[in-house]
Design a protein around this ligand. Structure first.
Ligand code: FAD
Length: 710
């Protein structure tokens, strides 16, 4: 770069950025202007063709074009920008050594698009495929084909149907195109498999509105809907997805659409650099003046999906589409050239040419130049238009050949194995969902992050599987099977909304094998749990499962604490009661926590151990600070067996009883001693010898779960 060259920096490598860079290069000589383009990937993704990639009718590299090859004369850098400093006219990125580096600009064009946002629906980020990048499309395609293979290998008709069910969330262009492509891929490929037929396949499009494709005219929407149904896509309108789990998609009424594949095509969020930029925004997008200059800044421009640009054609904000992004990129480049030449800029003006959407089954809907077309001709037009829109002849020929062969030959069902066994993934469950079932292959170890699960076990000849223990945040499950048994010995079912971290067998074995402390903890846990499974003490188990919990229920203590009560108040109250623990209730009398004598003693030791000048007064420490996790509770409709096992599992001598699974109003508590005494009376001493019931360790009178208690 020479001294008097203008430096124009572009952030982005999509439709808007590529068009802007190319237009600038054609209008400005390389001697006058240095164009530097930063993009996270080294290629531009042609989003309208992503559905074809996922549906295996197009090879991934046909729908992406390498930026440096398509933009001669532009310096292309594959680097992610993490900061824009408009006051210093600089951008910041991480270089290959991991250090922050800055470069300055005379003009900056922000064309960084938007990111997908799966956090709009609980569980989506754990269980649904996003659909935005080439990586997303390739992963989805492999996953779909793997489901066909699993269905082929499965001996259970129910599991087969599960593998062959695909839910697509969002009835906009990308959702409809994707549903069509998946439908074509799966149904056309069914003939190569012996173990299932087309009837086993389900493709479901879930859309919250009352019509799919809200962007096109009502008659075309109706056509699209009719044809989609005809080729086998089930469309659920006015249906909002409420959650995604390993089992499928939960709906607001509590029902579940079972499916092994969920794809989410809705939800976007601004890129991080846009979030961090201190300029005016509208729904997360950067507000620009009519000429696309960022409002309030002279030499910063914003185009494409990251920008909120008024269209002078109709005075409406531009929609986030490729058509608009491309035009904005071109017109912003022209305006920058005008500024450099001292000419007035022009407002963005664009009359949309039309809309095209493929709906599967070699059909499409199109609205172009005032004409509405649908069916095979529209589909042919759709392909023709996108072929011409591709950025280079090499892409056009590649895509043309792929599409040509797709008309003649079946789709490619090959998959690459990507080391899927090495995983640490989050998972989300709704109340009642099974995390795993007894007898299933033990492939994962789970750590509970949020919510409660119940442990169920059915014995031979007895399918009754009432919960006999439950686990909460900080607890884990799945370890016994992973250490000792290839199959899970119990079932684990969510009692409330549950989030877990699931660790594959390989990662788990590696950790347990190399980290001595974790191995020790696990061995101890497995020992305790295997004792607690009651199988050696059927009489004890039987008796407890029949005895109502109310038999053991102790009334609420007359005095309780509030979260803001202080340590000295807690100490005084503990002295006045002989239970060895205190309940903490919130303003609505719901259980907030349980404080044990040990917690109080620990807090006092900590105070005494602190140097005098920074030591806190016991009257200034609130009891809420002493609680490290939610209390373990049981609800009044749970069984005595569950209470006894839970105390044993957590090493508790007392368990608070609340009104219901989601109602934390405290009803009273049960004590291990009382259960033990009852068993002694009822079953005789010999039954209890070595029995797990309420033989709770005296040294652990801990009423509150801590991470260590598991
Ligand atoms: C599946 C799908 C199908 C679609 N179908 C159609 C269609 O049929 N018709 C239509 O008109 N529109 C369609 N769209 C919308 C269209 O793709 C977008 O409107 C268009 O891509 C926006 O272009 P853009 O240049 O603003 O952003 P993008 O094309 O998203 O490009 C953003 C670029 O910025 C880069 N970037 C982001 N952050 C940084 C950073 N910090 N540092 C460096 N680089 C960064 C990214 O790597 C990317 O290259 C579809 C979108 C999707 C997801």
């Amino acid at each position: 770069m020479t001294m008097n060259q203008t430096k124009i920096v572009i952030i982005g490598g999509g439709f808007a950025a590529a068009k802007c860079a190319r237009t600038l290069r054609t209008k400005l000589s390389p001697n006058d202007c240095h164009i530097l383009l930063f993009s996270k990937e080294n290629h531009m993704v042609f989003h309208p063709l992503l559905a074809d990639v996922a549906g295996a009718s197009l090879h991934p590299d046909s729908a992406a074009a390498t930026l440096r090859q398509m933009l001669p004369g532009v310096e292309c850098r594959t680097e992610s920008i993490h900061l824009v400093d408009t006051s210093a006219a600089q951008i910041e990125y991480q270089n290959d050594q991991g250090q922050s580096e800055r470069t300055n600009y005379d003009h900056l064009v922000l064309a960084c698009g938007a990111d997908s946002n799966l956090s709009v629906i609980p569980g989506m980020s754990d269980h649904a495929f996003p659909f935005k990048t080439m990586g997303d499309a390739v992963r989805l395609r492999m996953h779909i084909i793997q489901q066909l293979e699993k269905a082929e290998a499965s001996g259970s008709p129910e599991r087969r149907k599960f593998y062959l069910s695909f839910v697509i969330i969002g009835g906009g262009f990308s959702g409809v195109e994707l549903a069509g492509e998946i439908n074509d891929l799966v149904r056309e490929s069914a003939r190569f498999y012996r173990n299932f037929a087309e009837d086993d396949i389900k493709i479901i499009l879930v859309h919250s509105g009352n019509q799919v494709l809200p962007e096109v005219s009502p008659s075309l929407r109706d056509f699209a809907l009719k044809k989609m149904k005809k080729v086998g896509v089930e469309v659920l309108l006015n249906t909002k997805a409420a959650a995604a789990t390993t089992e499928g998609v939960g709906l607001p009424d509590g029902s579940l659409i079972r499916a092994a594949t969920v794809v989410c095509t809705i939800g976007t969020t601004p890129e991080r650099i846009v979030q961090r930029l201190d300029v005016r925004k509208e729904r997360g997008r950067i507000v620009t003046d009519a000429d696309m200059r960022v409002t309030g800044l002279q030499n910063v421009w914003a185009v494409g999906d990251c920008a909120y640009i008024p269209n002078a054609f109709n005075n409406e904000p531009c929609p986030p589409t490729a058509q608009f992004a491309e035009r904005q990129g071109r017109q912003a480049a022209a305006n920058i050239v005008r500024v450099l030449r001292g000419e007035p800029t022009r407002p963005f003006y664009f009359k949309q040419l039309g809309q095209l959407c493929s709906i599967g089954g070699r059909r499409a809907v199109a609205e172009m130049f005032g004409l509405r077309i649908s069916g095979f001709f529209a589909w042919f037009l759709w392909r023709g238009v996108y072929l011409l829109k591709l950025p280079s002849w090499s892409r056009r020929i590649k895509v043309g050949l792929d599409w040509g062969s797709d008309l003649i030959f079946p789709r490619d069902l090959g998959t690459l194995r990507m080391g899927e066994a090495q995983q640490l993934a989050g998972a989300y469950y709704r109340p009642g969902d099974f995390i795993y079932r007894q007898g299933e292959p033990a492939n994962f170890f789970y750590a509970i992050e949020e919510g409660e699960v119940e442990v169920l076990r059915s014995t031979e000849g007895n399918q009754d599987s009432a919960a006999f223990a439950f686990l909460g945040p900080g607890d884990f499950c799945g370890e016994a099977a992973l250490l000792q048994d290839p199959l899970y010995e119990v079932s684990i079912r969510a009692r409330s909304v549950v989030r877990v971290k699931a660790m594959s067998r390989n990662i788990f074995s590696g950790l347990a094998g190399t980290m001595a402390p974790s191995r020790g903890i696990l061995v101890e846990l497995v020992k305790r749990r295997s004792q607690a499974l009651w199988q050696h003490f059927p009489a004890s188990k039987e008796a407890l499962s029949k005895e109502p919990l109310s038999s053991f229920l102790e009334p609420l203590p007359s005095r309780t604490l509030k979260p803001e009560s202080t340590l000295d108040q807690a100490l005084a109250m503990l002295n006045a009661n002989d239970l060895g623990f205190l309940f903490i209730l919130d303003d609505q009398q719901r259980l907030f926590g349980v404080l044990s004598a040990i917690d109080i003693a620990n807090a006092l030791v900590l105070i005494v151990a602190t140097p005098v000048d920074s030591r806190r007064d016991a009257s200034k420490v609130q009891v809420r600070e002493l609680l490290s996790a939610d209390p373990v509770t049981i609800s009044s409709d749970d069984s005595s067996l569950l209470a006894a096992t839970t105390m044993l599992e957590h090493g508790l001598s007392c368990l608070p009883v609340v009104a219901g699974k989601n109602d934390y109003h405290l009803q009273g508590f049960v004590q291990a001693e009382k259960i033990t005494y009852w068993q002694l009376q009822k079953l005789g001493k010999e039954t209890l010898t070595g029995a797990p019931a309420a033989v709770v360790r005296d040294d652990e009178k801990i009423q509150r779960r801590t991470a260590g208690s598991a």
